[in-house]
Ligand binder design. Structure first.
Ligand code: C5P
Length: 230
């Protein structure tokens, strides 16, 4: 990880981190870590193995032995577990619930920590999650904390799920996002908080292109891009 620049993008669900991270990584030609997908995979692998989401020791064993593969296709991260494409499965509402349930367990977070740091390879890494800037890559030269109003986040998720043909109710989504926010921000292990040195970006009334432009400008200002291209 030493010497490899890492741009961290943290924030609550639905703020647009995923799309921003994919586009930024593509624009820079850097690697991409979708850490939420790791927690989602742990939840899914537990379901498959009949391990309850609150059995900490057993869930940590599952986390250590994940056989995960990631591929970026368009703006989406395609995720495989043991060679099988589980993208749709892990991005469902059940997948979100499983992820945020196993994510409260300190031994599971510890099991995933080194795995996440191994993603930092030249020429650089864009890391998307909740604790990238606070726990996983504390030395990152650019930490973005991306937020948006809870209503805007629920509406974006609603459109995404509709486009995938999932039938959903907006009020239920809103409630799910509020619950997940509460669980993510109040847990004792790595709660969702902005790093002290993070730059706050509110995407409520910005397009993804505008957010991307702002973040690229910040990276350029800090000399991060110059450092890579020589
Ligand atoms: O980012 P995504 O919505 O895929 O993350 C799913 C869940 O995984 C989050 O709600 C959060 O509980 C957990 N998570 C986490 N730490 C991360 C990334 C995700 O706790 N770095």
């Amino acid at each position: 990880m030493d010497g490899v620049p890492v741009i961290c993008i943290d924030g609550p669900s639905g703020a647009g981190k995923g799309t921003l991270a994919v586009r930024l990584a593509r624009q820079l030609g850097w690697h991409l870590l979708d850490s939420g997908a790791l927690y989602r995979l742990v939840g899914k692998a537990c379901l498959d193995a009949g391990v309850a989401w609150d059995e900490e020791a057993a869930v940590a064993v599952v986390a250590r032995s994940l056989e995960a593969e990631f591929d970026v296709v368009g703006d989406e991260v395609v995720v495989k577990l043991g060679g099988v494409d589980v993208t749709a499965d892990i991005r469902s509402e059940l997948g979100s619930k499983g992820a945020s349930s196993v994510a409260v367990l300190p031994r599971v977070r510890a099991a995933l920590l080194e795995r996440q740091r191994e993603w930092a390879r030249p020429p650089g890494l864009v890391a998307d999650g909740r604790d990238m800037g606070t726990q996983v890559f504390p030395d990152s030269p650019l930490k973005i904390f991306l937020t948006a109003s809870v209503e805007a986040r629920a509406e974006r998720r609603y459109s995404q799920l509709l486009a995938k043909g999932e039938s959903v109710s907006l009020p239920r989504l809103l409630e799910g996002i509020r619950e997940r926010d509460a669980r993510d921000s109040t847990r004792s292990a790595s709660p969702l908080v902005a790093a002290k040195d993070a730059v706050l970006v509110d995407s409520t009334s910005l397009t993804i292109d505008e957010v991307l432009e702002r973040v690229t400008a910040l990276a350029a200002d800090r000399g991060i891009l110059g450092r890579v291209s020589g």
